[in-house]
Design a protein around this ligand. Structure first.
Ligand code: CA
Length: 435
């Protein structure tokens, strides 16, 4: 578990003015990593660190000799075109880079600010996937989501008996993970309507989003070597937001007996910035409080450390903007707001379970939490739950109605952490428009 240290000091200020604004997602206490290039260019992508409304270009920092105090291997990893090498070096190296950059970006009357040409305005860039992702696994870690969805598909038997023992997951498709701002093409698939005997092949009429939190693997593990729970977080580089787009009508017909397949694999959008576990240290919280009726997790999925501080207190939101709303200059409508601290399983438990049979994880692999839903109305992380499978309509400020997503709808995910005594940090946005 990473503890707070001088990089979290709430009194730190940056010479990048916009990083000192109270509502920025990217104050000097955050310093998340991403990969970008100038808009409409074919330039080799660079690794960057978000600071206010700017990006600190680590490749340019390297060229300007500003990373010379770091070991040469680390400098080379910072000048790469994705984060895989840096991830593979482990969280102690990521922490070394963080401390160095925190110092570099600090406002200090004694020293003049570093050269401004190492900063790129965030509005001028295109974000790419932060890592080459070789494998993607999607969990189902919200018991509220699992129960709500289970009730819609199996009213008599919403929560299956394995749920409180197994962090349920399926293998997702890494090839269709796309960066924020990629347009999403409505998929076609087999749809079986109740009133007709055979399925038809047509575009989904039940296109949905799923609000999730993802975590990137840093150091991997060797095949045949499970990761014990109290070492799990040493293998997590950081967190991002994930929209697991879902076609509910395709899903309903295909999901038994082996789980979702084409209903999910057409696209998954991730946010550009990876917020490191170190940046999140002030916002840790206990894991889900199981009731007396719940079984305890099996010993390999449980530890005092995980119970006391395995959770993350991250507020997550979904917003929708239709074509009409954008044309009228309206703000996006907030559809839900929940917290990642309400998940039944922690990232450490998910990762431990994933490797418990000896399965190997690799640097840059992505694991996602599953839809983040809370117990209350207003905290449901997908339209399937909000509209009760399309039966309770959502009204937009333009008086348009939605059961599922329509052409031109934009879904925006946001996430942030707030705690007294610390500076607020955020995840930025994860956006996608349906075509
Ligand atoms: Ca999902």
């Amino acid at each position: 578990m990473i503890l707070t240290n001088p990089t979290h000091n709430p009194n730190l200020r940056s010479w990048v003015e916009s990083a000192n604004q109270p509502n920025t997602d990217f104050p000097i206490q955050n310093l998340p990593f991403g990969v970008f290039r100038p808009q409409r260019s074919a330039q080799t992508p660079h690794i960057g660190v978000a600071i206010g409304d700017q990006i600190l270009d680590l490749y340019l920092c390297c060229k300007a000799g500003l990373l010379q105090e770091l070991p040469e291997q680390v400098q080379l990893a910072c000048a790469e075109s994705n984060l895989n090498q840096l991830m593979a070096m482990g969280n102690e190296v990521a922490s070394m880079v963080r401390h160095h950059l925190s110092h570099l970006l600090q406002w200090d009357e004694q020293s003049p600010p570093a050269a401004p040409e190492i900063l790129i305005p965030m509005s001028n860039v295109e974000f790419l996937l932060p890592a080459s992702i070789s494998d993607y696994t999607d969990f189902y870690a919200s018991i509220f989501h699992a129960t709500n969805v289970g009730r819609l598909f199996r009213p008599d038997n919403p929560l299956l008996p394995n749920y409180k023992y197994v962090p349920i997951a399926y293998h997702g498709r890494a090839s269709s993970i796309v960066p924020s701002d990629t347009t999403i093409k409505r998929p076609k698939g087999q749809i079986k309507k109740p009133e007709v005997p055979a399925p038809i092949f047509e575009p989904t009429q039940m296109l949905d989003y799923e609000l999730e939190v993802g975590f990137f693997i840093g150091v991997g593990n060797e095949l045949g070597h499970p990761i014990p729970i109290d070492h799990a977080e040493e293998h997590i580089f950081g967190l991002c937001l994930v929209n697991d787009w879902s076609a509910r009508d395709i899903q309903a017909w295909e999901y038994q007996p082996l789980g979702p397949f084409l209903a999910k694999s057409f696209a998954t959008t991730i946010s550009p910035w990876i917020v490191t576990l170190e940046a999140l240290a002030p916002f840790r919280c206990p894991s889900f409080k199981r009731t007396q009726d719940d079984p305890l997790p099996l010993p390999h999925l449980s530890s005092t450390l995980n119970t006391e501080a395995g959770g993350f207190d991250i507020v997550v939101e979904v917003l929708l903007s239709s074509i009409q709303m954008r044309a009228a200059g309206m703000e996006p409508l907030c559809l839900s707001r929940g917290s990642f601290k309400q998940m039944y399983w922690t990232p450490a438990q998910m990762l431990t379970h994933h490797t418990s049979n000896g399965c190997n994880l690799c640097p840059g692999d992505l694991l996602a939490s599953g839809t983040v839903s809370g117990a209350e109305q207003g905290s449901f992380g997908c339209l399937l739950e909000i509209t009760q499978r399309g039966t309770q309509l959502v009204e937009l400020p333009t008086h348009e109605i939605r059961s599922f997503l329509c052409e031109g709808d934009e879904i925006i995910l946001r996430g942030y952490c707030e705690k007294a005594g610390y500076v607020r940090i955020g995840f930025g946005e994860c956006r996608g428009v349906v075509l």
